[in-house]
Design a protein around this ligand. Sequence first.
Ligand code: SPD
Length: 283
Amino acid sequence: MDLWFSETHETDLRMSCRVKQVLYHKKSKYQDVLVLDTLRFGRMLVLDGCVMTTERDEFVYHELIAHPALLACDNPKDVCVVGGGDGGTVREVLKHPSVERVVLAEIDQDVIDVCREFFPGHTTGLNDPRVEIQVGDGFEYLKQHPGDFDVILSDSTDPIGPGVVLFSAKYFDLAKSAMKQGGCFVTQAEGMWCRSHSAVSIRNELLNHFTNCEWYGAPIPTYPGGYWSFLIASDIIDFRESLDRNRQKLIEKTTKYYSAKLQAGLFSMPRFLLLEFENDLSH
Ligand code: SPD
């Protein structure tokens, strides 16, 4: 049988992938959870119809959400991952020897369980003694933990439906107050072809809360438009200057996408996107 999965983006884009087998499909308390075995990308986790991660291209996203922040931060010990129940971000955070505690604040226990079963490569870190899994609302978790974290990584779903709150001014306020002095915050910031307007407005909102904010991106073929972005923010860290090169050498031995050379040009965004920012600022 010729079985295909398609993710439809708004009303005018559909990205499809040929499927060998449906491995899991159930509704959790929060969302529709689907695991597919695809020909090109291996196993694929789909939440509410949107691709979250696949075995073959996940490293790009997870390395990039974690390493630029951890390497910019001086001696990061306490890290919080909001969302990220598939475990990929936690796995990357644990590569940093200074890290003593990683809190995974994921709302959906089913996502964690399903990923432990079907994505062993993602979830290798979840049993590490430094990891504390908090099943619940990340928003509420941060509220209860002021000043706790060196780094907060917001590994969320898209800003639609329940995900909207993780891109709100109130959430950025909470993230800021849950950070230690000199800490930093990263959020996934949507696609460059499909939702660059989201990145522009998320960045503007972050700049209402933090002094420094940089935008960077990477090709992620299974996300709509194929080119994804991240925003990194801090009151103290200048991300173009601050970087632990010794730790970077260590990390570089473990990565498949991130490297010192890549970091050197990380914040050099394509001109068409820079123009979008500039146009937005001039309005
Ligand atoms: N449209 C896809 C957005 C996915 C962002 N989060 C992915 C979670 C991977 N850990």
